[in-house]
Write a protein that binds this ligand. Structure first.
Ligand code: UGA
Length: 432
């Protein structure tokens, strides 16, 4: 099919490229002219494993192109997907101005039947608003359907997530667009659930909030483990073997971050409030998440006492592994707090250093992970990059002025670390 993808952020670029990969003719549209030029010249604005190669392959095959003209996108696409950002407003509600503008622009250029598919994360009932808006602004009175097709891609594994999803959600107001939507996803082997449009929109907020809840739950368990000498990884393993619970998203950490969970939680709390329900459970999820960072910072200050004039090495700046994204990154928040308390920082991230340079000032960026510890009073692991597990620990210990390691991602074995001579403090594992 001829597909147009509006918005070339993480969601739009991955989705558009993957649609091309499964055989569709795709045009990706963005109003950021510089970004479109970068993409047209073979560049990629983000780091996402496998994406660069897939873009190059599909551009070469003539299935994928980029444009800054929404008119061209509307003319060429039988299905027009919207993947523009829906950022948070100061009160936690969602800023829908980008999506509303795109709806008006599509309406202005529409001359024949189009399927308009929302992939952005939006509050329930956004689809209804889009229908009203498009009707109002479409002078040609063309027929159209609005569909909600939320995405469940994780940054860092987005291409694989697209090609092998757990499910595909299609929310509709009438049966008309369903066969075309099924055809679009025909090459993907996954269950398709067709729902009404409100339910599809809710599935996305309910899923992300539940995953955030799962992380806060295990983080709360980690606090109890620390107080009792139990090991949160063993508790998670034992819980996760129950199929009703599952082991995934039970890794205790510094807390969750990124551009989705914090924003979607606030939005869902706000949406619920607007319809008359006080979602206190989710407020507690937020509270546990910020407490988790405070508890970790307290471990650092309890051990080092005064941070002023201390040098601390920080491994990891991205909000999670396999991405260069630092939006709402717990690692960045941690660095800023340590700096505020007077610590000097030496930091490293395999991908996120270029983006981190814009927000972290007066820190030393170190290119080689094993060099971060040089002359530091302590080392902190803040992001769960797989390569940190292969740190040269002997060298790190020798480089540190004091062999103290705070592990915010439980990457190492406490007894091994002790044998190596480290004072090792991690999350929810005994008294550490
Ligand atoms: C999340 C969802 O997992 C996706 O399904 C969804 O499509 C996406 O949001 C979105 O709405 O666009 P993402 O934010 O890319 O994906 O990353 P996750 O892998 O979910 O991780 C989020 C945060 O939770 C990270 O900071 C990560 O380190 C943390 N985390 C994750 C934990 O602390 N413990 C865990 O067990 C898992």
């Amino acid at each position: 099919m001829n597909i147009t993808m509006i918005g070339t952020g993480y969601v739009g670029l991955v989705t558009g490229t993957c649609f091309a990969e499964i055989g569709h003719q795709v045009i990706c549209v963005d109003n950021d002219v510089a970004k479109v030029q970068l993409l047209q010249s073979g560049g990629i604005p983000i780091f996402e494993p496998g994406l660069k190669e897939l873009v190059a392959k599909n551009v070469a095959a003539g299935r994928l192109s980029f444009s800054d003209s929404i008119a061209e996108g509307v003319e060429k696409g039988e299905a027009i997907f919207i993947g523009v950002s829906t950022p948070p407003l100061p009160d936690g509600a969602v800023d829908l101005s980008f999506i509303e503008k795109v709806a008006r622009e599509i309406a202005a250029h529409m001359r024949s039947y189009k399927i308009i598919v929302d992939k952005s994360t939006v509050p329930v009932k956004t689809g209804d608003k889009m229908v009203e808006t498009i009707k109002r602004y479409c002078k040609a009175h063309a027929e159209f359907d609005v569909v909600s097709n939320p995405e469940f891609l994780r940054e860092g594994s987005a291409v694989a997530d697209f090609l092998k999803p757990d499910r595909i959600v299609i929310g509709v107001r009438s049966p008309r667009p369903v066969p075309a939507m099924k055809e679009i996803y025909g090459a993907i082997s996954a269950p398709i659930i067709v729902t009404d449009i409100n339910s599809a929109e809710l599935i996305k907020h309910a899923s992300n909030s539940f995953l955030a809840l799962k992380i806060s739950y295990i983080n709360a368990i980690s606090a109890v483990c620390e107080a009792t000498g139990a090991n949160v990884q063993e508790v998670a393993a034992g819980m996760g073997m129950d199929e009703r619970i599952g082991r995934k998203f039970l890794d205790a950490s510094l807390g969750f971050g990124g551009s989705c969970f914090p924003k979607d939680l606030s939005a869902f709390i706000k949406i619920s409030e607007q319809v008359g329900y006080s979602f206190d459970l989710l407020k507690e999820v937020q509270k546990i998440n910020s407490c988790q960072m405070e508890r970790f910072l307290k471990k650092i200050s309890d051990t080092l006492w005064v941070l002023k004039d201390k040098t601390i090495g920080v491994l990891g700046l991205a909000f999670k592994q396999n991405t260069d994204d630092i939006r709402m990154s717990p690692a960045i928040a941690l660095c800023q707090r340590l700096q505020k308390d007077g610590a000097q920082l030496r930091v490293h991230d395999p991908q996120a250093m270029p983006k981190a340079r814009a927000v972290l000032k007066d820190v030393t960026f170190v290119e080689e992970m094993n060099d971060v510890a040089l002359g530091c009073d302590a080392l902190v692991v803040a992001t769960e990059w797989e390569q940190f597990k292969s740190l040269d620990l002997e060298r790190v210990r020798a480089s540190l002025s004091h062999p103290i390691l705070f592990d915010g991602r439980n990457l190492f074995d406490p007894s091994e670390m002790e044998k190596l001579g480290f004072v090792y403090k991690s999350i929810g594992r005994g008294q550490s």
